[in-house]
Design a protein around this ligand. Structure first.
Ligand code: IPE
Ligand code: IPE
Ligand code: MG
Length: 238
């Protein structure tokens, strides 16, 4: 087993905005799609590192509801890449007992991709290792709107709607809120990521571009997290 650094406390749920593939490619005179390919390779390494650290929940933001506005070629390339990753991920998921969840809207995605996502979720649902949430065709506002629509079609009594009820209707139902949100690529914004769930997350921004975000950088983020004081609106204890 590769060595892990002694970092305490560790987050239970890390969610990552994997940004900077395009710039990584541009800096090397490569196509944006080549950047996404390298980003995909890195995603696999990052999953393995968080497994080594025994972080039980990891969420990766791979395609936002706004990313549909990119050139068609790029969007199609991202779909192809997801399909490839899901295919090669089958074996890793079996070996490492990864449970896959999808956060986002299936509707609107090509049928083949929808099927592939559903299969990955179905085939891994009894796995007992890390829960890996793929935020694909995900938007935080979309999630809140679809939750509201489903509550209304279930005729949930308006007076009985609580935060707990609301959570049950989110894509992330049953998954704890992220303790740490990491954004690579230098932008300091959330770009419609986990709008509800991020309420009390610690946020870590790094200029490192996603394909370069390696184990050393992960350890820096975890170390920074371990020094944060989480008060949740209370006063400091001790
Ligand atoms: C990857 O990075 C994020 C995805 C939407 C897949 P970008 O493609 O946004 O890279 P930059 O921000 O242009 O460098
Ligand atoms: C956020 O990155 C979405 C993903 C990483 C999937 P973007 O590159 O799309 O975000 P903006 O446009 O910089 O806000
Ligand atoms: Mg970007």
């Amino acid at each position: 087993m590769p060595k892990t650094a002694k970092i305490k406390p560790l987050p239970q749920h890390v969610a990552i905005i994997m940004d900077g593939n395009g710039r990584w490619a541009q800096q090397r005179g490569l196509s944006r799609l080549e950047g996404h390919k390298q980003g995909g390779l890195n995603a696999r390494r990052v999953v393995e590192t968080f497994i080594e650290y025994k972080v039980p929940y990891l969420t990766l933001y791979a395609f936002s509801t706004e990313n549909w506005n990119r050139p068609r070629e790029e969007v199609e390339g991202l779909f192809r890449l997801l399909e490839e990753k899901l295919d090669e991920g089958d074996e890793v998921a079996r070996e490492k007992k990864i449970r896959v969840r999808h956060l986002g809207r299936l509707e609107g995605l090509p049928r083949k991709i929808q099927r592939r996502i559903e299969e990955a979720v179905e085939q891994t649902k009894r796995n007992t290792g890390m829960t890996l949430c793929l935020a694909f065709n995900y938007g935080g506002r979309d999630e809140i709107v679809q939750a509201t629509q489903r509550m209304m079609s279930d005729k949930v009594d308006a007076k009985k709607i609580t935060e707990a009820t609301f959570r049950k209707y989110l894509y992330s139902e049953g998954i704890p809120d992220p303790d740490l949100i990491i954004r690579t690529g230098g932008e300091m914004r959330l770009s419609n990521f986990l709008t509800w769930q991020s309420a009390y997350a610690e946020i870590y921004f790094t200029p490192v571009l996603w394909p370069d975000f390696d184990k050393k950088e992960i350890e820096k983020a975890l170390a920074a997290y371990s020094k944060r004081q989480r008060r949740f609106g209370q006063v400091e204890s001790g």
